[in-house]
Design a protein around this ligand. Structure first.
Ligand code: AMP
Length: 208
């Protein structure tokens, strides 16, 4: 099963991907996670990407497309994958189409997690990630049972100032992909304002 999770930053793509990995045994491909790892390891690509990420801007398509080309060819993607945070521009979506054609596969579903802008800032500024499991929590809406054990941290770009810029980038560059995939007939919408569990159930119902 080849899936894509679509939505604004903070819509719950990463959170839901973690459940879908367990349920379907297919990997999550998060360009954001791959970039953060490259930044941490101070690779050339990481150093270049960091300039954009710190500013809340999108990393250039050429870098992102290169990452995805390598990643989708790895053996663990043979049974399917969950794209999270990619594509984010029309040129990325077109490059993905080409790549999928080359690999003789297609996208089964694009799941759009709909969350209004008013909710996004509170969601992102309260977001924390576990250093232990990589799971995503929210200090108010979805706290872990044991905060210390999870060793939570806040992403560097999850500040209010950067979130506003990321939302801008989403509306101008990424939102047009909604129609791109709707026109292909594979986009389904999910109300992302429901609880984490309810959203997971809605997604699983769609996939079944
Ligand atoms: P995310 O974890 O998906 O919110 O991504 C964090 C940051 O990484 C974004 O704000 C962008 O700067 C960069 N990024 C991640 N995925 C992409 C992508 N597909 N295209 C461009 N930039 C990306």
């Amino acid at each position: 099963m080849n899936l894509m999770l679509f939505g604004a930053p903070g819509a719950g793509k990463g959170t839901q991907a973690k459940f879908l990995i367990e349920k379907y045994g297919i990997p999550q491909i998060s360009t954001g996670d791959i970039l953060r790892e490259a930044v941490k390891n101070e690779t050339e690509m990481g150093k270049e990407a960091k300039k954009y990420m710190d500013e809340g801007k999108l990393v250039p398509d050429s870098i992102i497309i290169g990452i995805i080309k390598d990643r989708l060819k790895e053996a663990d993607c043979k049974e399917g994958f969950i794209l999270d945070g990619f594509p984010r521009t029309i040129p990325q979506a077109e490059a993905l189409d080409e790549l999928l054609q080359e690999l003789n596969i297609s996208l089964d579903k694009v799941i759009s997690l709909n969350v209004p802008d008013e909710d996004i800032i509170e969601r992102i500024t309260g977001r924390r990630v576990s250093k232990v499991t990589g799971k995503i929590y929210h200090i108010k809406f979805n706290p872990p049972v044991d905060e210390k054990e999870e060793d939570l941290y806040q992403r560097a770009d999850d500040t209010e100032e950067t979130v506003k810029k990321r939302l801008d980038a989403y509306h101008t560059q990424t939102a047009p992909l909604f129609d791109f995939y709707k026109n292909k007939g594979i986009l389904v919408e999910v109300d992302g304002t429901k609880s984490v569990d309810e959203v997971t159930k809605d997604i699983i119902n769609i996939l079944n």
